[in-house]
Design a protein. Structure first.
Length: 209
């Protein structure tokens, strides 16, 4: 099957970014799946039809098994990813105005938005979002199912655990380890390791409930 023919799953605000980048990369969008589909919906996303709810993927009448998840919420994104990964292949959408070292290692199902930088020997695992103007420095590892918001800077040799959200404009210094299922609030400065399942916020970032 033609990997340029894709179905986009998700119709929220994040789908606008995804659809825009997909169009710039000349992908042929077969339609958009709305997780909360209503039968009488006539909504379009940048000119592309909403073709139905997630159950429509079982019919596969669009003759493609390539998809992309346009879901920003990590928990929901991960749930849908796990549900679909056996039957569908996930493409990468990497904006032409991003910068990725040829020595970086990328997984599948990634969104890399305009202005993002991924430097040498960085690793970005499957189903992760690298938003606009974010910087992933050398040798940093970002585990699967993460959402790195716009204007985030992650210093070299850091580790971001799976299912983690890094909020808008946050900075993480070199050699910091952030656990899995962590939430880093917008504008935070992370200067020390963060354990699993914690929420941190502030300058410097501290835990909160």
């Amino acid at each position: 099957m033609d990997h340029k023919k894709i179905i986009i799953v998700g119709s929220g605000g994040h789908s606008r970014i995804v659809t825009d980048i997909a169009k710039k990369l000349k992908f042929k969008i077969q339609g958009i799946v709305d997780l909360n589909f209503k039968l009488k919906s006539n909504e379009k996303i940048i000119g592309n039809k909403i073709i139905g709810g997630i159950d429509i993927l079982k019919k596969n009448k669009y003759k493609t098994n390539y998809i992309f998840l346009a879901i920003g919420d990590i928990k929901l994104r991960t749930k849908v990813y796990e549900k679909l990964k056996k039957d569908y292949k996930f493409v990468n959408l990497i904006d032409k105005n991003s910068t990725i070292s040829k020595f970086a290692k990328l997984g599948k199902g990634l969104l890399v938005s305009p202005g993002a930088i991924i430097n040498a020997e960085a690793v970005v695992e499957d189903n992760t979002i690298i938003n606009s103007n974010s910087v992933i420095e050398h040798e940093t590892i970002i585990r699967k199912n993460c959402n790195i918001s716009p204007n985030v800077t992650i210093g070299g040799r850091s580790i971001i655990g799976k299912n983690t959200f890094i909020g808008l404009g946050s900075n993480i210094i070199n050699n910091v380890k952030i656990g899995k299922n962590v939430f880093v609030g917008a504008g935070s400065l992370v200067v020390k390791d963060v354990p699993d399942n914690k929420k941190v916020l502030g300058i410097p970032a501290k835990q909160f409930k």
